[in-house]
Design a protein around this ligand. Structure first.
Ligand code: PLP
Length: 374
């Protein structure tokens, strides 16, 4: 059996989620915006899903805006937030591109630096804030290295130094592992994406707190209280709600179980492979993330060997126009280029087993050795 260790990229759907979705692809096909009985049945399912999603995110049903995934939720928060409050945006240097590029598209963006663990530098952030700032975006957990950001401290700073700004947090990677409802309680805008926690791809949600305005980025029929037009992806929304409920109900136990697997994997790699270093202290990150680097190895080559052996992982580098560049996350953390180019992300999840860890531990050390031997 191969070992799928790329759960930060996407996860397989949960059985509960598939089961909840199927009727809405077939006999319950109604458009929730209509008036007749078929639509009313769909509207009821939409309302129920909205209640579940709101409960799981510590929000009110009216604060949930369903979107076509995490990227759209981030874009709505930033572009929609900046459109009604002209002024510079501020985001951490380790945000996902869905946030970084949306901030760039919004206009004048200021990047808050991070320390070597990827934690946003609060003093530097304070220096970037001011009365004209429109949107501040700091993720709850990083998709590459797993670092958990001090969101409550960020919000407190923004309230003090940039009172006109709204705070957005990308909780896409945090949701499977952290109690987003309480950790993001003080943020104005919170983005999640279903496919990172056992739901389908192409559906997500943005919490828009009561009293917070965002200008829509998709215009049309005025669904989602005029905040996101377009016929609802009802099957996807119902499936996301089911996956969310199951994730929240099982989260505490899963964190303990997966942390155990992750620790065994990381300990095993560090013990067996000389020059293997963990990128971020485990106390600072989510349970499913194992991010390591190897001296003298190019991770792109390592991934090819692992792929052939049935170990599916990803690298902390991006290959653009033939040249391999370290990721913006590792660069912002000040990781030396050579080390960044030899880094590997193994992301564990709900379906990860002891056997997956065994296969990774049996495969990675000889693969590294082989590459070092040239
Ligand atoms: N934000 C983070 C932190 C992510 O990891 C991802 C997915 O890779 C996204 C946003 C984008 O979400 P989606 O794939 O649903 O568009």
């Amino acid at each position: 059996m191969p070992a799928y260790l790329d759960n930060a990229a996407t996860t397989p759907m949960r059985a509960e989620s598939v089961e909840a979705m199927l009727p809405y692809l077939t006999e319950r096909f109604g458009n929730p915006s209509g008036a007749h009985a078929v639509s009313r049945e769909a509207r009821k399912a939409l309302d129920d899903a909205r209640q579940t999603v709101a409960d799981c995110l510590g929000a009110r049903p009216g604060e949930i805006v369903f979107t076509g995934g995490g990227t759209e939720a981030d874009n709505l928060a930033i572009l929609g937030g900046a459109a009604v409050r002209p002024g510079p945006t501020v985001c951490s240097a380790v945000e996902h591109h869905a946030v970084l590029h949306a901030c760039d598209a919004a206009g004048d963006n200021r990047l808050a630096p991070v320390d070597e663990a990827g934690v946003v530098d609060l003093d530097a952030l304070a220096g970037l804030l001011g009365p004209s700032v429109s949107v501040v975006s700091v993720m709850l957990a990083n998709n590459e290295v797993g670092t958990i950001e001090p969101l409550a401290d960020v919000v407190a700073l923004v309230r003090e130094l940039a009172p006109a700004a709204v705070v957005h947090t990308d909780a896409v990677q945090a949701f499977p592992w952290l109690d987003v409802a309480s950790l993001a309680a003080s943020a104005d805008l919170v983005a999640v994406s279903a496919h990172k926690f056992g739901g389908p791809k192409g559906v997500g949600a943005l919490v828009v707190r009561q009293g917070v305005t965002v200008r829509p980025i998709i215009h049309g029929g005025g669904q989602e209280r005029d905040r996101r037009s377009g016929t609802h992806n009802l099957a996807g929304i119902v499936a996301m709600a089911a996956a969310m409920r199951a994730t929240v109900d099982g989260r505490e136990a899963e964190v303990v179980r997966v942390r155990g697997l992750r620790d065994r994997l990381a300990d095993g790699l560090v013990a067996v492979v000389p020059g293997c270093v963990e990128t971020v202290d485990r106390s600072k990150k989510i349970a499913g993330n194992c991010h390591v680097s190897f001296d003298g190895v190019e991770s792109e080559e390592l991934l090819v060997l692992l792929d052939a052996a049935g170990v599916y992982a990803s690298a902390g580098s991006a290959c653009a126009s033939g040249a391999v560049d370290p990721s913006h996350v590792l660069a912002a953390m000040g990781m030396p280029r050579q080390r960044a180019l030899g880094s590997l992300r193994l992301s564990l999840g709900r379906t990860t087993t002891d056997a997956d860890v065994d296969l990774a531990l049996a495969t990675i050390p000889p693969a590294v050795e082989r590459l070092r031997a040239g």
